[in-house]
Design a protein around this ligand. Structure first.
Ligand code: NDP
Length: 503
């Protein structure tokens, strides 16, 4: 019998005779185990959800391309950046971080900004945020930090005490806290925000010279943010407004575009640079390393199926191509492990073979075999080991990047510049923000911090005071704590302050 493609079938291809009436023992009798179509349908439905991403659960994505607009061959040998005008297919996913999959797009939160470049040398993933810095600089703190942004283990409620207790005990977080509580913490949608690598990466050229780099994807739509009141109104009106905005803009043919600006530093300059280039709580001021425009990203195609293309998309900062590699940033080093690990858990051992994740423009010839849900030919009859004398694919030494010099003893050592955590947030407050930005910042912080216990409010006000006395005073007044007590806490070390404000 030739198969008709308009006939409904089971997952195994058997034609279905009736999809409205379960099979019963008599018209009023119980449902029968032998209704295998019903059992298969319910069994699959029961397993429709993959585990939610523990961070970045709510997101939207789109396909497009990246085009090189400037010659960067003296900095990197990456093939997809090798020629002006060269275009590479991309898939980008934007997200909130802390909320669950059903949370509102307008929440105050960093936004994930992840791009997969389907290059001819394999897939390259750039997994950034819409903020140039991060809350912590050591990965041992990451699970604790995320717990404090989620729900209280007893009440299952978001908890301002947890939120501010951790942050006030972790003063390195204040730079990112300032960005988050500026109106950039509530971008109007995904199209009107920038994306930053936040981490420092290493580029290397054909001669083996190395450069530290930072990526800045600048929105050509212009920055547009919500005020706190506008964000609250949007949360009530449409929990999915940014997902909707991205989808509808692309359907209308209004393709969002970002310009890629790079900050590039010869590695030899890092040792004597005034900021630690591996400290993700710091930026490189533009005056020191002026950003250079090298390309553009355009998103021009919506996914046909959200689950297949967006939910199953798997971004992994350890997906590099020759000419681009990791720096010694401790947070980045841990992400090189953690993303792959969580994807193995969330999507399974062969997540890299799913169409959205598989290399599209490069051959894939690995000796990895088997595992759950291996849905290609699993290497067929070819060898599954290397070295082999069967003409199997072998390594190409020219794909390697030069190593980085490493010295010192093993140990648990904090970052070496403990006293500069307030310099850059201070510059943001005093030199970058307008009066209106400062008013909104103070209002946004006080609106949240006022809900925490007094001892925590005092401690966090001392941190803001260290950024700038005017900021600390305004917030102290806004959250109703004693300014003289805040000033006493400011004079203490971080440990003394913690001890003085313990419960
Ligand atoms: P610049 O004046 O050269 O750059 C300031 C940057 O701040 C611009 O990129 C601007 O982005 C961005 N900006 C404006 N408002 C906000 C906000 N509310 N939150 C976050 N960023 C904002 O100064 P410097 O390079 O000397 O940096 C000064 C301070 O600016 C830094 O300490 C840091 O806090 C912040 N900053 C610096 C960045 C960098 O890579 N150097 C990147 C982003 C922020 P845009 O041009 O897109 O409007």
């Amino acid at each position: 019998m030739s198969k008709r493609d308009d006939v409904l079938t089971t997952g195994f291809g058997k034609p279905v005779d009736d999809d409205q009436n379960s099979m019963t023992a008599g018209p009023k009798g119980p449902v029968l185990m032998q209704d295998v179509h019903l059992l298969e349908k319910l069994g699959h439905f029961d397993r429709e959800r993959t585990p939610e991403r523990v961070v970045h659960a709510k997101g939207a994505g789109a396909h497009g391309y990246f085009e090189v607009t400037a010659d960067v061959t003296k900095y990197t040998k990456a093939d997809f950046l090798s020629t002006v005008g060269k275009k590479t297919e991309v898939f980008a996913r934007f997200s909130t971080v802390g909320g669950e999959k059903g949370s509102a797009d307008a929440e105050r939160d960093p936004r994930g900004f992840a791009i997969k470049f389907y290059t001819q040398e394999g897939n390259y993933d750039m997994t950034g945020n819409n903020t140039p810095v991060f809350f912590i600089r050591d990965p041992l703190k990451f699970p604790d930090f995320i717990h404090t942004q989620k729900r209280n283990p007893r009440t299952n409620l978001k908890d301002p005490d947890m939120f501010w207790d951790f942050l006030s005990l972790t003063p390195e977080s204040v730079h990112q806290v300032m960005v988050l509580f500026s109106d950039r913490g509530t971008p109007a949608d995904f199209r009107h925000m920038n994306g930053y690598s936040s981490h420092t990466y290493v580029w290397s050229n054909a001669a083996g010279e190395q450069f530290y780099v930072q990526y800045h994807f600048k929105t050509e739509q212009g920055i547009k943010n919500f005020t706190a009141a506008e964000a609250d109104a949007m949360k009530a009106a449409d929990a999915d407004h940014a997902t909707r905005d991205l989808f509808e803009a692309i359907e209308r043919g209004e393709y969002p575009e970002w310009r890629l600006e790079m900050q590039i530093m010869p590695v030899a300059e890092a040792d004597n640079y005034r900021f630690d280039v591996f400290d993700i709580t710091k930026v490189w001021p533009h005056a020191d390393y002026p950003p250079m425009t090298i390309g553009r990203m355009v998103l021009d195609r919506n996914p046909d199926n959200y689950f297949a293309e967006v939910e199953q998309s798997a971004f992994n900062p350890s997906n590099f191509v020759p000419g681009i590699g990791p720096s010694a940033d401790k947070m980045l080093q841990a992400r090189l492990f953690s993303y792959h690990d969580t994807l193995l858990h969330r999507l399974g051992s062969n997540y890299h073979l799913l169409p959205v994740n598989a290399p599209k423009n490069a051959p894939m010839s690995s000796y990895q075999r088997d595992g759950h849900m291996r849905f290609d030919d699993n290497g067929g009859a070819g060898p599954n080991y290397w070295p082999n004398s069967l003409d199997g694919a072998g390594p190409d030494p020219s794909a390697g990047d030069p190593g980085m010099p490493v010295t010192g003893e093993t140990g648990r050592t904090p970052y070496p510049h403990p006293n500069d955590d307030f310099v850059q947030p201070g510059a943001l407050y005093r030199d970058v923000m307008s009066d209106k930005d400062r008013d909104h910042l103070v209002g946004n912080i006080t609106g949240h911090l006022k809900n925490a216990q007094e001892r925590i409010r005092l401690r966090q006000c001392a941190v803001f005071y260290k950024v700038d006395p005017d900021l600390g005073m305004r917030i102290a007044q806004g959250v109703g704590v004693d300014v003289a007590t805040v000033e006493r806490l400011v004079a203490m070390s971080s440990d003394e302050r913690a001890a003085a404000t313990v419960k």
